[in-house]
Design a protein. Sequence first.
Length: 270
Amino acid sequence: MKNIFDAPFICEMRKTTANMYRLGWDERNGGNVSYLLTEEEVSEYLDTSKVIRTIPIGFKADDLIGKYFLVTGTGKYFKNVDGDIENNLGIIRIAPDGETAELIWGYKDGGRFTSELPAHLMSHMARLKVDPENRIVMHTHPTNTVAMTHIHPLDDKSFTRTIWGTCTECIVVFPEGIGVLPWMVCGNNEIGIATAEKMSDYRLVIWSQHGIYGAGKSLDETFGLIETVEKGAELYMKYASFPILNRITDDDLRALTKAFNIKFREDFLD
């Protein structure tokens, strides 16, 4: 059996969490990532018949029974993942009851998955119905995106239109737009349900005064989605207090999507 520490999904998670911390998106134990794995991938490195222990999930995830996830641990710091992989990450399988996670590997110090796992799993279920190739749900606290939620209206249309207008690439990267939620208590099922509802339409959902959820087919794609929103928010925060002399118009955005043959949320333009 191959060494789990050499598994591509472990190496990718090490690099991604380190990068998120380096960018200042994940202070202290902020942020969490879940990565949907196939049984074939996991069984190359682990004996999937051996369950270390079981952990209640906190809701019923019947659509994900038997599926495997690599998940960051609760209370863990992203800056420590690369140097202490087996304590900071875990691989779980959703048990037949749909309400329990079977720990296959990791959380060696007795820890458990992120407290926001219900929100992750709800988002995975929502995205898999839209895109069966979705594998990643990523939650992080990008500074300028969070700052923008303090001074900008919090509806999907206006927030998306502002970000689209900050730089040319934004509408190309997320033409479906961005979902926005008002401030809510985190770590409970209510915010998970609200996020999953938005995930039916978007790959990006902003938690106001908190952070952002992104979903995608790979860690790179999902990181890139969030990175592009954060660049747009940074630009907005730099110029928001100044008179605007030049801007990307609605007609410019339509021309851009036509040039790249991209379908987009046309109702988000006037």
